[in-house]
Design a protein around this ligand. Structure first.
Ligand SMILES: [Ca+2]
Ligand SMILES: [Ca+2]
Ligand SMILES: [Ca+2]
Length: 510
């Protein structure tokens, strides 16, 4: 079977989009005085325009060079082979992932690529939608190939408002507002990891079979009761184009080929924290939580960027990453494009902002940290685009970004992070929850326990085991109708997403 990529049409659509976007920007400039002030006084306007042009170039370069390509026929029953890592990606990316397959096989992580086109057209007709087809395929791959890791390589196809995906996503419809802000759905990749329920049946996340997944309506008991326990380790690289794929494949290969375990830079752990809730709690939240992680990581040299030390400044975050660290833990507030927090006992002031605009200054090359930042709301909201600005604010004013904070760090050439685990939506610390437990900080802290105390050195296994421990510790009452009750606990683990390679050997192979 053959597929034709209509490159001319895509180019035309992208030009239309540029015209549309320019019109919108001009309109905004006429209407919003504050917006004009903002544009004049920072670099957003020029950045946005430049990014549109650059992204059009890369989006087109991803499609125009392709034309025709053959399916590789990875029909699952045809082989008796066993594999460790399954990479699911569109056909357009697959040849650029081949170096990663070769690399993984070299280290005895047996790896296979299956394209979404194969999954949709050749393998399974069952499944309510594309995401469920992919999930059924993962189930077969566990049973036939005994795979342990699934890497989803594919994010938004373009920068428009309407979402189209290279690899499908699942939205959970666990609907709870944060204070007065509604949030009816959010992205979850845990859906693709939780394959079986407690009885060993397919974990559909749609018990009432209405095509709405993880449904927990406001003021009601949950209609769907997902198992949530991961059965396979899942990570995603939400690449939009071939350029993205090449960057991240190269970063993973370089990282794993190195031996970091005894490097002085790797044995550092950077923590970035302030007083997340000056009014809600009488302790300095982020500093308390990051200290707990530092205590667990006792073999690592702590580098504290803390509000109480008066060094919580953007330049110090950039400097610490550039000097090299094996791990970095942000315990802050967040948005899709930046993180920031408060000084002690001062909820009016925001300090330590670190966002997309600071990332070009990261030149740490191959000294790439594993990052956790679960307390930062939306930082892994990988559905954002220049046309989709939900929850992207700067001083209360919406603006556009091409990709979210976490993915920007992982995709950053010549530096950034090797992986980020964080939240796709509003995330909730324990003081946000009626029972006072089950907060997202628990997930971040115990990730380090899996690595340092349980000696798990594979990234996705740390991720999956942390979620399993979380669920064993905090029982979820699925009948809870309240806004700030047990739904928060379920939401925290559904949205705690790994952007990175789940089979990554932390610290490299030696
Ligand atoms: Ca449902
Ligand atoms: Ca499960
Ligand atoms: Ca506090």
């Amino acid at each position: 079977m053959q597929v034709h990529i209509p490159s001319v049409k895509i180019t035309f659509n992208m030009l239309n989009f540029l015209y549309y976007k320019t019109k919108i920007l001009n309109k905004n400039l006429n209407i919003k005085k504050h917006y004009i002030y903002l544009m004049k006084n920072n670099i957003l306007f020029s950045k946005v325009s430049l990014l549109i042009v650059v992204l059009i170039f890369f989006t087109n370069s991803a499609t125009t060079s392709l034309g025709y390509k053959q399916f590789s026929n990875n029909t699952i029953k045809e082989t008796q082979e066993k594999y460790d890592l399954l990479i699911i990606t569109p056909m357009v990316f697959s040849e650029y992932l081949q170096p990663l397959v070769n690399h993984k096989n070299k280290y005895d992580v047996k790896t296979i690529i299956t394209t979404v086109e194969e999954i949709y057209t050749q393998i399974y007709w069952k499944g309510k939608d594309d995401a469920e087809k992919v999930k059924y395929f993962i189930k077969e791959a566990i049973e036939q190939w005994q795979i342990k890791y699934v890497l989803l390589v594919g994010g938004r196809k373009d920068q428009s408002k309407t979402e189209t995906w290279w690899v499908p996503v699942r939205y959970s419809y666990l609907s709870r507002p944060y204070d007065t802000w509604p949030e009816t759905k959010f992205l979850t990749d845990l859906y693709f990891a939780d394959i079986y329920d407690s009885k060993g049946n397919f974990s559909s996340w749609d018990d009432n079979d209405n095509g709405i997944f993880g449904e927990w309506p406001i003021n009601k008991a949950s209609l769907d009761i997902p198992d949530l326990y991961p059965d396979v380790c899942v990570g995603r690289l939400p690449c939009s184009n071939i350029y993205d794929v090449k960057i991240v494949v190269n970063k993973i290969i370089q990282y794993e080929n190195s031996v970091f375990d005894d490097s002085s830079w790797f044995k550092k752990m950077v923590v970035v924290a302030g007083d997340t809730y000056p009014d809600k709690t009488d302790y300095i939240d982020g500093e308390n939580y990051t200290q707990q992680a530092l205590d667990i990581m006792s073999d690592f040299e702590p580098v504290k960027i803390w509000s109480s030390l008066n060094n919580l400044k953007t330049k110090n975050i950039v400097k610490a990453i550039n000097q090299g660290c094996g791990f970095i833990f942000f315990s802050t507030h967040g948005g899709p494009g930046s993180v920031s927090t408060h000084p002690p006992n001062n909820s009016d002031e925001w300090i330590g902002r670190f966002g997309l605009r600071n990332m070009p200054f990261l030149i740490n090359n191959n000294r790439l940290p594993v990052c956790t930042a679960g307390s930062g709301c939306f930082v892994s909201m990988f559905n954002v685009s220049l046309g989709h600005t939900d929850w992207v604010y700067w001083h209360g004013i919406p603006y556009t970004i091409p990709r979210c904070w976490s993915w920007s760090l992982v995709r950053k050439p010549y530096g950034g992070c090797i992986s980020v685990i964080s939240s796709t939506a509003f995330s909730y610390e324990s003081p946000d929850i009626d029972s006072g437990v089950g907060g997202c900080e628990w997930l971040d802290i115990h990730f380090y326990e899996k690595y340092a105390k349980n000696n798990i050195t594979i990234l996705g296994e740390c991720w999956a085991n942390t979620i399993t421990s979380f669920l064993q510790n905090f029982t979820i009452n699925w009948s809870d109708k309240s806004n700030t009750g047990d739904a928060m606990i379920a939401k925290n683990c559904e949205q705690w997403l790994l952007i990175g390679d789940p089979s990554l050997k932390i610290g490299g192979y030696n």
